[in-house]
Design a protein around this ligand. Sequence first.
Ligand code: PPS
Ligand code: ADP
Length: 209
Amino acid sequence: MPKSNVFWHHATVTRPRREGQNGHRAVNLWFTGLSGSGKSTIAHALEEELHNRGCRTIVLDGDNVRHGLCADLGFSEEDRRENIRRIGEMVKLFLNAGVMALTAFISPFREDRERVRRLLGEGDFIEIHVRCSLDECERRDVKGLYRRARAGEIPNFTGISSPYEAPEAPEVVLETDRHSVEGCVEQVMVHLEGQGILQPVGGSRAAAV
Ligand SMILES: Nc1ncnc2c1ncn2[C@@H]1O[C@H](COP(=O)(O)OS(=O)(=O)O)[C@@H](OP(=O)(O)O)[C@H]1O
Ligand SMILES: Nc1ncnc2c1ncn2[C@@H]1O[C@H](COP(=O)(O)OP(=O)(O)O)[C@@H](O)[C@H]1O
């Protein structure tokens, strides 16, 4: 269908109104890192902390995306690019709904992450590099995938047979092979507080409880 036949319907309940009601800004906390680096663990622990403060949140990760919206995608470079593109569009909808989106995807390619940053706009995309040595990720081998990748059973495995491009200027770096989960969550909370993201928007109801 030609895009010229598709029209926007302007909502009267806008994102700023939703953010005002929620008492916090809607941002995307984009966790990126190797498999086993700690993206999901930290995203869920952080969500717990934010939820307890009254924030509206959602965690998006492989479990709820690769089984549904992106079930048709594999792990070729092209499929990963499309995966991240779709996730970026989905995050945009959540931000418009006033929800903080915590995304936990390897997202190995710098260009794909930068595309999401441009889509959402500076300030709405907070890139969090979950840094952990490959050795430690392999030692953890949470799902037994590294062992299988080393045995040649999984092609294009990130860090083994497919590249991971670390962020050059992420907003936050978490070193999960040096700090505890609690310490990493605290580091993100300090960043959010420092940026005024957890403050009431437009003088409405406060998020802090
Ligand atoms: N070839 C290959 N490479 C990397 N990871 C693989 C692969 N095959 C399956 N898995 C499992 O899929 C999870 C990564 O999916 P993502 O959607 O985050 O990947 S990507 O961002 O599109 O690169 C990843 O989950 P995490 O361990 O949570 O990162 C793996 O469990
Ligand atoms: N500081 C830390 N942050 C996050 N995970 C950690 C940390 N220290 C140890 N871990 C462990 O590392 C593993 C990370 O697994 P997971 O969160 O599934 O990684 P990912 O989502 O990046 O694949 C978990 O078993 C977790 O308990």
